[in-house]
Design a binder for this molecule. Structure first.
Ligand SMILES: [Zn+2]
Length: 181
């Protein structure tokens, strides 16, 4: 399963330059079975994520294994969006109406797909997250929901971390918590 890590690095470039994956420590408790100190380091796997200029870079993601329930846990830095290539800052910029920045321009078609996905998932998201965002108007458009998510969590990185840990979802749909990796 994947767990979002509050990363000290805000960008892919920092994460790569600082070799931040080497500093990722095992979570104290197994996120599946809850056992203490049961996670041991398993290694790293490569994953693509866009940098500040919108170019895809490869990063290493740390993986751990629970000695008790045998689950594999990967710790995704929170500038990454689970199962998606474009980083959270760029996605947030686009969702906020930025269409001119280089990183946005380079990934515009992908970002348009992300937005359509968000619009399609808005109903599901409202159901799952419910009143924790405060009450929205009855026929609220997806743009309104996006504004309420930002108002509560400030950034897409924060929102994703919290949505995954508290609600097992992301802004783009149900979180596949049992997917290997
Ligand atoms: Zn476990």
């Amino acid at each position: 399963m994947q767990v979002m890590l509050k990363s000290p690095c805000k960008t892919v470039e920092e994460y790569i330059a600082q070799e931040a994956h080497l500093k990722v420590r095992a979570p104290e408790r197994c996120p599946r079975c809850g056992k203490l100190h049961s996670l041991t380091h398993l290694g790293y796997y490569p994953r693509g994520c866009t940098d500040s200029e919108g170019k895809v870079r490869e990063i290493s993601v740390a993986r751990f294994k629970c000695s008790d329930c045998k689950v594999t846990v990967s710790l995704l830095p929170d500038f990454v969006q689970p199962y998606r290539m474009v980083n959270n800052t760029t996605t947030q910029k686009f969702f906020n109406g930025d269409t001119t920045s280089t990183d946005v321009q380079r990934n515009r078609d992908t970002l348009r797909r992300y937005w359509r996905r968000f619009v399609n998932m808005a109903g599901h998201l409202k159901q799952v997250v419910g009143c924790s965002l405060g009450r929205g108007p009855p026929k609220e458009p997806a743009a309104g929901l996006w504004q309420r998510i930002l108002a509560k969590y400030r950034t897409l990185a924060n929102a994703t971390r919290r949505l995954v840990s508290d609600f097992r979802t992301t802004c783009f749909g149900k979180y596949l918590c049992h997917q290997p990796g």
